[in-house]
Structures are given as C-alpha cells and as structure tokens.
Ligand binder design. Structure first.
Ligand code: SAH
Length: 213
C-alpha cells in the first residue's frame, strides 16, 4: 500500500489533473502520507482523497496540497519565510518545510498540532515553528512573510493576514462559506496594493475562531 508503484500512481493522477511542477510532484512522491493518518486509514493514504484526522478535521486531498504548493512557489518566486494556517495532520506543513527555508504553522486544536509536531520531528524536519492559536490573526511577531497558506476557509480574507505579507508576498487561501474559491492575493511591492485572483472552486473546513485545548 505504501509501495513506490502506489505513490507513482498518485503522481500520475495529479499530472492528469493539471499539476505541472516537477518539483512539487517529486515532493508528493517522496513524502510518506501514510504516516499522517491513523493506522486504520493508512491503507488509503495514496488515494487522491481528503481523509478524517479526528476533531471533525481532514487531511487535505493530495491534489489540493500539490496545487496550493505549486501556486505558492510559482507566485512567490523563492519564498523563504512561510506562514501556514491550520497545521492539521502536518502533511501540508511537511511538504512546505521541504520546499522553503522556514515554516511557521498555527493550529487552533492542540492535540492535532502536538501529533503533527511529533511526526515532523520523526521525519527530521526541524525548520518548523508551531503555535497553538487562532490563525485568523496570523503570527504578527514573526511577520512579514514571503508567503502565507491557509488550509481553512474564512468567509472573507482576514486583514491581519494581508498586513503580514512582505512586499511581493503572496497569500493562497480558500475563501467563502457554502461555495468556496481558492484565491491568490499578491501584495504589490511598489504601490502597496493587493492584487486578487480567483482560481478554482474548492471545499475546505471553515476557519473557526478561538482555540481548543
Ligand atoms: N493541511 C492540513 C489540513 C487540515 S484541515 C492537513 O493536510 O492535515 C484544516 C485545519 O485548520 C484543521 O486542523 C483546523 O483545526 C485548522 N483551523 C481552522 N480554523 C483555524 C484557525 N482559526 N486557526 C488555526 N487553525 C485553524
């Protein structure tokens, strides 16, 4: 189930769906997604599906992780400092941590983040700093960021996330309630304005306020 063939099949599917970055496809092929699931579900790890991780949350679908990473890396050039909202299982965090210099990851459900932290340490990824907090406020003390990725959907883009973008920084975020759109915002460095592009319909868990212990 975790064989090279199974993973190659997943990569082929992502290619068919239009993911073009060879770098991102290789990251997906080389990242052990089964380690981010409970054992009972790990046999489904290389299906292109979102899967439950407890607390009513889901491990994002590989397609969406690949797409968001590709968009983020493509739009931001060579991002070094990246903020992630919604650590969840840590799978997207793991992909980002292999692609950029440092990731700051915020999660509102403590037990999920604790597990994610353990998994990434186990995989030898030490370039991630975690915070148990409401990520709707970003992480002002650590900003500005070259890129911000949100794995949870707000109804409207939080102003604090925009404010924490560096000049030419990019935000990749699902936006909306019943109907959500994956959205890319680029902070124009010269005129200090925000350029927004709506990319494709998506389905994410909502960005909730407050924290759970
Ligand atoms: N990329 C993650 C996705 C997890 S689902 C993975 O593949 O596992 C989205 C996560 O966002 C959930 O864990 C949820 O608890 C978290 N979340 C929702 N609202 C949040 C908020 N305001 N601040 C931080 N995390 C939030």
């Amino acid at each position: 189930m975790t064989s090279k063939r199974t993973r190659d099949r997943l990569v082929e599917r992502l290619l068919e769906q239009g993911v073009t970055s060879q770098f991102v496809l290789e990251l997906i092929a080389n990242t052990p997604r089964h380690l981010f699931l409970d054992e009972a579900l790990s046999h489904r790890a290389y299906e292109d599906a979102s899967l439950p991780i407890g607390f009513g949350q889901t491990l994002s679908q590989p397609y969406i992780v690949a797409r968001m990473t590709e968009i983020l890396l493509g739009a931001a050039g060579d991002p070094k400092r990246v903020l992630e909202i919604g650590t969840g299982s840590g799978y997207q965090t793991c992909i980002l941590a292999q692609a950029v210099e440092h990731v700051w990851s915020v999660e509102r459900i403590k037990p999920l983040q604790d597990k994610a932290k353990q998994r990434l340490r186990h995989l030898g990824l030490n370039n991630v700093t975690y915070k148990h907090a409401d990520g709707g406020f970003g992480w002002p003390e650590q900003g500005p960021f070259d890129a911000i990725l949100s794995a949870a959907a707000p109804r409207d883009i939080p102003k604090s996330l925009l404010q924490q973008l560096a000049p030419n920084g990019v935000l990749v975020i699902p936006v909306g309630a019943d109907e959500q759109v994956l959205t890319l915002v680029i902070r124009d460095g010269e005129e200090d304005k925000f350029i927004t592009q709506k990319l494709e319909p998506v389905k994410f868990v909502p960005l909730l306020s407050g924290v759970t212990r």
